[in-house]
Design a protein around this ligand. Structure first.
Ligand code: ADP
Length: 168
């Protein structure tokens, strides 16, 4: 069985098969983790993203990762929390993780890292977002060598330490 890990850090520094980007539906760059990924990858990432025709909430698109140490970037669009009922937001956020993991599996990728999708400017409550991430990862654990949840902020990391000490 593969390993789920929770770490604190910057996802752009990781050298795994794929890192996941919490993108917006235009796929043309934004702030937060999206901005960091585009800065790290360089302008060719934006050029490739322009050819993809955007991405719907809960769906995914894959690109190369250019100057980043990972091999691929899987772009997914999380729900804006307050645009949905809580249960629809949860279903959409679950789809982000599910579809990213399924796409990675299809491509034969074995190590993948996620940021805490939707939990920045999209306003998803952090502890609920961590739960969706981990519970969905658990269902796909067997298909990967390692699935990493990368938390950027101190507060998210403190929540994860409390709720999921077994993955730290
Ligand atoms: P969203 O629009 O989906 O909410 P954000 O990028 O605003 O996306 O935030 C998603 C999460 O990514 C937040 O928890 C934020 O703290 C985190 N984040 C921001 N920069 C990085 C980074 N370089 N590596 C990992 N996580 C990051």
């Amino acid at each position: 069985m593969g390993k789920i890990k929770i770490i604190k850090g910057d996802i752009t520094k990781l050298s795994c098969d794929a890192i996941v980007n919490a993108a917006n539906s235009s796929l043309l760059g934004g702030g937060g983790v999206d901005g960091a990924i585009h800065r790290g990858a360089g302008p060719l990432l934006l050029a490739e993203c322009r050819t993809l025709g955007g991405c719907r909430t809960g769906q995914t698109k894959i690109t190369k990762s250019y100057n980043l140490p990972s091999r691929f970037v899987i772009h997914t669009v999380g729900p804006v929390y307050f645009e949905h009922t809580p249960s629809d937001a949860e279903a959409l956020l679950t789809s982000c993780y599910e579809n990213s993991l399924n796409l990675a599996k299809e491509k034969g990728l074995k190590t993948i890292a996620f940021p805490l999708i939707s939990a920045g400017v999209y306003g998803y409550p952090q502890s609920d977002a961590i739960k969706v991430a981990i519970e969905t990862m658990k269902l796909h654990q067997n298909d990967f060598d390692e699935i990493t949840l990368v938390l950027f902020g101190e507060r998210e990391f403190e929540i994860a330490k409390e709720d999921y000490p077994e993955f730290l």
